[in-house]
Write a protein that binds this ligand. Structure first.
Ligand SMILES: C[S@@+](CC[C@H](N)C(=O)[O-])C[C@H]1O[C@@H](n2cnc3c(N)ncnc32)[C@H](O)[C@@H]1O
Length: 262
């Protein structure tokens, strides 16, 4: 049975705010890191003068990177208060507070004006939203006519192992990952058109291998009492990482960039 929407949201924000997420994923909470963020920026043809919404902006690295690389202004929205506070600090340190802002909020019902953004990006988060229709509708609402969306996300093809169905898997963006055609359907139902899809399975495989290696290192460090990560369930995380790697190698999990316009 799927966990309740509220449980998914609160756990997702708490996990991505946690020490464990930082230790396992580093600064960028999505496969492909800032290299894939750059690709997203290129596909959306970001340039100075544009206003971009980073929906589910995590620790803010993509928002700051896009502002620095493409000269656009960015608003990042995320549910996690710790991530938002860290993102604000980073913007201050980078001297970018005039061009990059961060707000705590739920992108399924975002407190931002209609027709106000040129682009929306959403990296490795759309598949975790319990109400994808509401999220796609909000993205369409805040975009100006002719505005563009770029989503990078996990895809699933066919049934997954039971280890990949629980709450942790949901939070790790796996349990409710969809086939590419279903993401397309959500966007088209929200009036997006011209959907284009680019395959990036390779970055997902690299990330899964990296997470597995970091997990082993963390378990070793905590076992030797050189590190303490409160609440970490290493056995569950190990089993999830193993099952995810297997699913990627078998082609039942993948990663794509989807772009479209309104
Ligand atoms: C896998 S992380 C991706 C973060 C960021 N996009 C990145 O690539 O580094 C998922 C993020 O989605 C956020 N999130 C999940 N549901 C959300 C919602 N309904 N509204 C806003 N943020 C949400 C979580 O707090 C978390 O930071």
């Amino acid at each position: 049975m799927s966990p309740s929407p509220d449980k998914v949201k609160s756990c997702c924000a708490a996990v991505y705010d946690s020490e464990l997420a930082r230790a396992l994923l580093g600064d960028s909470f999505h496969p492909g890191g800032l290299t894939l963020t750059r690709r997203l920026g290129e596909l959306l043809q970001l340039h100075p003068g544009m206003l971009v919404l980073d929906a589910a902006s995590g620790k803010g690295d993509s928002a700051l990177f896009l502002a620095q690389q493409f000269g656009c202004d960015v608003v990042g929205v995320d549910l996690g208060p710790i991530n938002i506070a860290e993102a604000v600090r980073k913007a201050e340190n980078a001297g970018l507070t005039g061009r990059v802002r961060f707000l705590q909020g739920d992108v399924e019902a975002v407190a931002l004006p209609s027709d106000s953004f040129d682009c929306v990006i959403c990296e490795c988060a759309f598949c975790t939203f319990p109400d994808k229709t509401a999220a796609a509708g909000e993205f369409a609402r805040v975009l100006r006519r002719g505005g563009r969306i770029g989503i990078s996300d996990l895809t699933r093809n066919g049934p997954l192992l039971s280890e990949l169905e629980g709450l942790l898997a949901w939070i790790a963006c796996i349990a409710d990952a969809l086939p590419a055609r279903e993401y397309t359907a959500f966007l088209e139902a929200a009036s997006f058109r011209g959907v284009q899809i680019e395959n990036h399975d390779d970055v997902l495989l690299a990330m899964a291998r990296d997470v597995q290696a970091r997990l082993m290192g963390l378990e070793l460090m905590t076992g030797l009492k050189k590190m303490d990560i409160p609440g970490a369930d290493f056995a569950q995380a190990r089993s999830l990482a193993r099952a995810a790697l297997q699913a990627i190698q078998q082609g039942s999990l993948g990663y794509i960039i989807i772009t479209a316009e309104i």
